[in-house]
Write a protein that binds this ligand. Sequence first.
Ligand SMILES: O=c1ccn([C@H]2C[C@H](O)[C@@H](CO)O2)c(=O)[nH]1
Length: 132
Amino acid sequence: MNLEHLIEEAKQARDKAYVPYSKFAVGAALLTNDGKVYQGCNIENAAYSVANCAERTALFKAYSEGDTSFAALVVTADTNRPVPPCGACRQVISELCPKDMKVILTNLKGDRKELTVEELLPGAFSPEDLNE
Ligand SMILES: O=c1ccn([C@H]2C[C@H](O)[C@@H](CO)O2)c(=O)[nH]1
């Protein structure tokens, strides 16, 4: 699975976004270590606060299917800079993905920013903190 293909999957996911309120469509593509790809889009709701971001949609789809071993995540939107994930998504990514996993942020112009999960949310609150 090359990166160009994973970016294409994220764009395809974005086309499925349900965004009647913000009109801001986001797509994500999550690659598992088995080579499977889970697409995710953002899904909004008339009760605005229950919207689900594209990144979490992809992660929750994979996890709920028993796929829990991840190799890379691409996120894309029609933004001026590579789209930055929100704080809630950073927290979820940080817990469910390896710290050294690559997260590739992109936009429709083709700009890219690649960083690790640790770089996305340095010093994240983690399950270990609950046991201290
Ligand atoms: O990284 C991001 C940032 C925002 N959104 C969604 C949430 C909401 O539906 C819309 C506007 O914030 O974009 C995502 O899906 N991912």
